[in-house]
Structure formats: C-alpha cells, structure tokens
Design a protein around this ligand. Sequence first.
Ligand SMILES: *Cc1c(COP(=O)(O)O)cnc(C)c1O
Length: 397
Amino acid sequence: MNRVYLDYNATTPVEPEVLEAMLPYFGGEFGNAASIHTPGQRARAAVETAREQVAALIGARAQEIVFTSGGTESDNHAIFGILAQPILAARSGEIGKHVITTAIEHEAVLNACEALEKEGVAISYLKVDREGRIDLEELRHSLRPETVLITMMHANNELGTLQPLEEVGRIAEECEIYFHSDAVQSAGKVTIDVNELQVDLLSLSGHKFYAPKGIGALYIRGGTRLRQLLYGGHHQRGFRPGTENVAGIVGLGKAAEVAHKLLKEDARRVSALRDKLQQGLLQRVPQSRVNGGASPRTPNTTNIIFPGVEGEALLIALDLKGLACSTGAACSSGAVEPSHVLTAIGLPPEEARASLRFSLGRHTTEPEIEFALQVVPAAVAQLRELSPTYQKSAVHG
Ligand SMILES: *Cc1c(COP(=O)(O)O)cnc(C)c1O
C-alpha cells in the first residue's frame, strides 16, 4: 500500500545525508571523544564540528551548546537546573520560588513543572487565546519578586502556533528572570536567533528535524548558572557527563547544517502544500474549521476540527487508507483524554476530540496532498453517516 506520512511533528525520517555522515562513527571511527589518543581525538573533532553546526542554526556560540538525549532531557535540564540552584534560594528568600509557564507546553515542561509544584514551587500557567497565543499583560501581572524562571515554548507541537518570544525575552531581561524556551518544534522550520529572542536556555531535539531519535541539545547562554542533572565524568565540561553519543551528535550537527541551508526553501515549499491541504479540506468538508489558523505558525502544521466525528476513529480510518496523521489526545489509563492544548484554546471536549493535526515535511509531495484531499473528506463523510449525534445536529442546524 502507498503510505502517506503527514505526522512530521511526531518524528521525521533521518535524512540520507545525515545517515551517511553518521555511519563512519558506528564503524572505523569508534573512538571515545574523551580519549587522548588519535582515535579519541578524531571523535572529539567530529563532536566539536557538530557543536558548531548546531550553534549556527540558532545564532549561538559553540561553547553554549550541550548535547543531551533529546527534547525531554533538555527541557528537564533547563527547568530543574535553574530551580535547583542554591543561589536562587537566596534570591527568593523565605517566600519561595515561582515559575511562569503556559497551559499549552509539551508534557516534558508541564510535568517537570508539576513535579516542582509538589516540592513547593509556585507555578503560574498562562492562559492562551483561541489562537494559542499568550497575553503579555497577563505575563506582566504574573511576575512576582520571587519569580526565577519563565519557560515558554516557541512553536506549539499540536497547532504550530508561535509565541511572541521576543517580547517575552525583553520582559525576562528587564526583570532579570531566567528565560527558557522549548524550541523543539520550531528548529529548522523558522529562523531562531537566541540573541534576538533573548533566551538563556533553549531546547532542541534531533528527531524533529531529520536527525535520529535520542539525541538533542540544550543551549545554555554563557554565564548562566545551571545545576547539572547528572553526575559523572568531565564530559561536556561537567554540564552533561557520560560518554558522548558521537554518531548521534554527528547526525544532529549534519541535520542542523542541512536545516539551516534549506530553511527558507523548505518553508516556502512546505507552507504552499500545507495551505493547499488546509484550503482543500475546508472546501470539501462542511463545517470544518482550523484551530490556531490566524496566528503566526510554523509552515508545516495545520490542525482542523471536523465536527461530528471522533478524532481517534478518523485517525484509524485514515491509517487503514494509508494516511498517517495525529490527534493531540493523550491515552491515559485506557480513556482518551482530549488534548490539553485544544481545551486551553477554548474548545469544548467534543470539538477537541473531533480535531486532527496534519504536519508536513521536507519529503511531502503534491500527489500526497492530493491523496489526503481525497481520503480525508471521504472518511469524514462516512463517519458522519454513522454518527447519530451528527445526524441530529445536522437536522436541527
Ligand atoms: C517532541 C517534543 C519534545 C520531546 O522531545 P524528545 O526528543 O522526543 O524527548 C519536547 N517538546 C516538544 C514541543 C516536542 O514536540
């Protein structure tokens, strides 16, 4: 069967160029980057080249990049690394510490904040509007003398919507508060400059931009005091001990280089295909609507409500036809919970459950979009026919 993959926000295939760059490090170039001998130094050189490539993608300096196991670790390292600092205990004194985040963060951030909350850290979860954007006024009102960190994602994984990080960075800078951003979904899709955004910490994940799974990076602005999460050897200047994943790091570096080079071209091509998909679906499926469509967005994502259908049922029906996409729903203890992102933008649970995310990528083609434009409307129509509630509402409406 012909398979069409429109789930690039979940993961991407490793770019052939990336795989090719990695292969020697599984073979002859197997040195430990911490060893002094020649094989070790060759691995070290490869790691340092990758550090420069990753830094170049986000306008950072190479020494500000620490390699991690991915986005989840980078987010946790940033958040716990700041909160676990003894120096901040002094700053916040008796009144405790406070963190500001948003209601639509990835679980890697939300659950880290929840864990901190259990330890007595106060967390403010900023609301978002229908477009998934925070309100800068609400952010200003949330600031407290004991606020130590703002952690806010750049692009949302379910909607693709972008937060106004430059303005947030300015506020964080003025108030001398650390600023972390989960940029896992924006890296390689939109331009990122850590100095323009004024972030102190920024998370990246390889498998979201054509590097392998299990490798990522954390940008740590020079001078930022961050408590390490892991204790071990002196690898990566003690920030992140453990023998370096040389092949993964080389892959991440190559993927960053390719993404940097192709960014504008990819964005132009992919956004044209995304717009064609979105418009086509809106035209062909009665009552369908876009979630977050009026906000600045990453070029590859569209999230659409198909009233009257169960997203999970639609996802499975489409999978049977060979089309892979996603609902934002989390399956917790057997029950399908509507996406916290879609409920945060104000959708009632039944509309959140009727939404589907299509995320395109570098290898998406015009014929694939045409295929989606055939199978999605047909599957929606079929499910609606079976739905007693939709029939009823259609009659009354
Ligand atoms: C995928 C993702 C993560 C987690 O990254 P992993 O490398 O899979 O751990 C974090 N944040 C966002 C926004 C993501 O999309």
